[in-house]
Design a protein around this ligand. Structure first.
Ligand code: ADP
Length: 438
């Protein structure tokens, strides 16, 4: 193993000293090994390993850096015993420069007897290490799958140099941390795969169920619409003629109830068989701004602040008025949820490009959607609102419109609390879809 032996002695003292040293080293290794095998939490592994290392003689400081994702810098991820000044200097280090940056770039361990005398020490660190009384210093690379991911360093505030056994100990601990980094990466990758599978499965089940509900809703709406038209027509005729006051009062009540039923049927039909979209080139940012201008006074009076983040996107081929209807409904729902939960909040609207499409996000910091309700909120007539507040058709209509546009609409809860509705729309119609009017 290539070592820069400057500052590293090959003996650990007489036989009498060797046994306690060995025991101390084994304890450090055991602490790091236990941390790696007992948790997938990288922070905990780092914390426990660094803590153990500073107990080699009791005069150590330990520092752990990881290479930034762009590979240009080393970021401080943990330390023990560092002064504030030294921590500030170590916060971000350049790759390839200075003692630690050099180890990260070369992948070779390095030990020095007196750090203040090292020529390639970063100028900013020279005075501080001297003032902090740091003398001997060793730094080793942290590797996983042959790649250098960071560095682990140990400094000593005592005149004694590091032994080769101590350098090996540091390398063993660095290997354990490398293992933990790899475990954490594998764990988060497999979690992401499971989540993606779960999302895909839920979306398929929902789409299948909604298409079954589609057919039923279309049939029921059609069947109810005919008798309703007759009732409304006959009431209208009767109200035109000479009718006693009490009878006309009753007729007016029938008229109001029948009109309400007709409105529900109309919404239901729109969900099941959305009006044909009148598609034209449509600027999504313009429609978002228009919805916000119209909703602004309602949001303001409900004490809701708005954050708008609109990236540049392509013009889509869509029905602007239907798109506004969907967005207005999502904004209304978010306002209702936030106002009911805590009398105000923040609405976030984001627009970003997708390959071949656009993505709109409407997020709130309200109570979110109960887990058991999530698979049902797009079903017609599903509502958790009072009888005068909602009929449970808004989201199902919105779903129908977006589907008709060849897009997707779904909801999820955000980790920080609140609900997120996502609309994805293609820029133009996909080949498998009907063209307007066809
Ligand atoms: P309605 O608004 O008439 O209830 P919708 O179809 O628009 O009908 O919504 C169905 C249900 O979805 C709501 O009753 C509510 O439970 C839930 N929901 C919709 N948006 C949100 C939101 N932003 N936060 C929490 N729950 C929501």
């Amino acid at each position: 193993m290539p070592l820069t032996a400057e500052g590293v002695t090959t003996t650990a003292g007489g036989a009498g000293r060797r046994l306690p040293t060995l025991i101390r080293h084994l304890r450090v290794l055991r602490a790091a090994g236990e941390a790696v095998s007992s948790t997938l939490d990288l922070e905990q592994v780092i914390e426990r390993s660094l803590e153990a290392l500073t107990r080699v003689t009791g005069h150590e400081i330990s520092i752990l850096h990881l290479i930034s994702s762009d590979g240009a810098r080393l970021l401080l991820r943990g330390d023990r015993g560092l002064s504030e000044r030294l921590r500030a200097i170590n916060g971000v280090l350049p790759m390839g420069a200075g003692l630690i940056g050099g180890v990260a770039a070369s992948g070779l361990p390095r030990g020095v007897q007196d750090i203040a005398r090292v020529k390639d020490l970063l100028p900013a660190a020279r005075d501080v290490v001297a003032a902090d009384g740091i003398r001997a210093f060793v730094c080793v690379p942290i590797r996983a799958r042959q790649r250098v991911l960071g560095t682990l360093s140990l400094g000593r505030q005592a005149p004694s140099r590091f032994t080769s056994a101590e350098l090996h100990l540091l390398e063993c601990v660095a290997d354990q941390i490398g293992l933990a980094l790899d475990n954490a990466r594998l764990h988060s990758e497999s979690r992401r795969h499971v989540e993606e599978l779960e999302r895909g499965r839920t979306a398929t089940v929902r789409a299948e169920r909604l298409s079954a509900v589609d057919g039923l809703a279309a049939g029921v709406a059609h069947e109810i619409n005919n008798p309703l038209t007759i009732i409304l027509g006959q009431v209208h005729v009767l109200l035109q003629g000479e009718t006693p006051a009490d009878l006309s009062h009753g007729l007016l009540m029938i008229d109001t109830a029948a009109k309400r039923a007709a409105k529900i049927v109309k919404d239901l039909r729109q969900f099941a068989e959305p009006n044909p979209a009148h598609r034209a080139p449509c600027s999504v940012p313009t429609e978002i701004r228009s919805v916000l201008a119209q909703e602004g006074p309602h949001l303001e009076s409900a004490h809701i602040a708005t954050q708008l983040d609109l990236e540049e996107v392509r013009i889509i081929w869509g029905d602007a008025s239907q798109l506004r209807q969907v967005l207005t409904h999502l904004v209304d729902n978010a306002r209702h949820a936030m106002a009911a939960a805590h009398g105000g909040g923040t609405l976030r609207l984001r627009l970003m490009p997708l390959p071949g499409g656009v993505r709109i996000e409407v997020a709130d910091d309200g109570p979110g959607i109960a887990r058991e309700h999530l698979p049902r909120i797009f079903n017609p007539f599903f509502t958790t609102k009072g009888p005068d507040e909602g009929r449970g058709l808004g989201l199902s209509v919105a779903y129908g419109i977006i589907k008709e546009h060849g897009g997707r609409l779904w909801a999820e809860n955000v980790a920080e609390g609140g609900a997120l509705f996502v609309v994805e729309l293609p820029v133009s119609l996909r080949r498998t879809e009907r063209s307007p009017g066809g």
